[in-house]
Design a protein around this ligand. Structure first.
Ligand code: SAH
Ligand code: SF4
Length: 349
């Protein structure tokens, strides 16, 4: 073996095979697995119940964390922390920890950059570099799990709302979900992980067919094609009617409630007409809307809606029986949203 394996890339079975290639019995795999996913060790040398010879073999043939930290920042209230990781090939990704009451929510990335090009999004503005591997997705979580463990805290929720479109990297994203929900390892409840998608219709249908427990959020942001085309280029490929068909299919197949994300952009998608169109679209549907005043980005001239506009928009939705929550943007002072830290540290390519 002349190439180091990223150990988080391996399923439990693959870890057994890998250790057997190194001449080790099966029970060693369970020991290594426990160190990785229940103790979050970052160094093979910390795996204290392994013989020194095995630790040396692991060090020679595998790595745990292959990313380095390019920068870290805290919000002014100290409750939000954002880490920019540099990957071995020079790509950057970001992960955000949000502390809120008893929750410790991680916002993780699934791609370096994003191919979807949503005009208001800092990641969309930088373009697509590549998919993240399973280990690169999982490592973001275990990095913070390790850090939280030092203060006897743990990751309670994960949202796939960092850089990238999770369903455009379907296999690796879902393999990472499987890893993180594995009961013999990290054991996070599947319902604690939210996958957010811009609306890749075939992938939503596939996801529905797989009957997964992990909740789905749809980034809608506009309720007419004329408006959504301006904000989200892939709307021309899968217009709202197709997207809503897929959403209804998901609800029918799974019986699960869908979340719709709506970034309120002043004078753009915060009008009463959009609220009514949205009300008509979602009326009677098993769903909830998250209203998030836009986080301004360098490449987009739009700004957040005023509180009055947000209130009017929300009140109009409730006339249609559509429930919604206005989300506060946490960590806005450290640009803890959507590719913005990478922008500032690395600059746009
Ligand atoms: N690609 C996926 C997940 C990553 S983006 C998706 O689009 O859903 C996570 C969420 O942040 C999405 O709802 C996205 O629309 C939203 N978002 C992106 N840029 C934003 C901004 N500048 N202000 C507010 N929300 C934004
Ligand atoms: Fe990609 Fe989501 Fe940003 Fe759109 S909003 S560019 S899909 S990360």
């Amino acid at each position: 073996m002349n190439e180091s394996r990223n150990i988080y890339d391996l399923t439990h079975d693959q870890l057994v095979d890998f250790l057997s290639e190194l001449g080790e019995p099966k029970f060693r795999a369970q020991q290594v697995w426990n160190w990785l996913y229940t103790k979050y060790v970052t160094d093979f040398a910390e795996m204290r119940n392994l013989p020194k010879s095995l630790i040396e073999k692991l060090e020679a043939n595998a790595v745990i964390h292959s990313a380095t930290i390019a920068s870290e920042e805290y919000s002014s209230d100290g409750q939000t922390k954002k880490v920019l990781f540099k990957l071995p090939d020079g790509q950057y990704i970001e992960t955000v920890l949000m502390r809120y009451e008893k929750r410790r929510t991680l916002c993780i990335s699934t791609q370096a950059g994003c191919a979807m090009g949503c005009v208001f999004c800092a990641t969309g503005q930088m373009g697509f570099f590549r998919n993240l591997t399973v280990s690169e997705i999982v490592a973001q979580v275990l990095y913070f799990a390790h850090e939280l463990a030092l203060t006897e805290e743990h990751v309670t929720n994960i949202v796939m709302m960092g850089m990238g479109e999770p369903l455009h990297n379907y296999n690796n994203t879902l393999a990472a979900v499987d890893r993180l929900t594995d009961e013999t390892g990290f054991n996070l409840g599947a319902r604690k992980i939210t996958i957010s998608t811009v609306g890749l219709v075939p992938a939503i249908r596939r996801y529905a067919d797989e009957q997964r427990q992990t909740p789905l959020a749809i980034s809608l942001h506009a309720a007419t094609d004329a408006e959504r085309d301006k904000l989200i280029p892939i709307n021309s490929r899968w217009p709202i009617a197709d997207l809503m068909d897929a959403c209804h299919y998901y609800i029918e197949k799974t019986g699960r409630r869908l979340t719709f994300e709506w970034a309120l952009i002043s004078g753009e998608n915060d009008t009463i007409e959009q609220a009514r169109a949205l009300g008509n679209l979602l009326h009677g549907m098993l769903c909830h809307v998250n209203l998030i005043p836009l986080n301004p980005t360098a490449g987009f001239s739009g700004g957040p809606s005023s509180k009055e506009r947000v209130d009017v928009f929300q009140a109009e939705l409730s006339h249609y029986g559509v429930s919604s929550t206005v989300r506060v943007r946490r960590g806005i002072d450290i640009q803890a949203g959507c590719g913005q830290l990478r922008d500032r540290v690395v600059g746009n390519p």
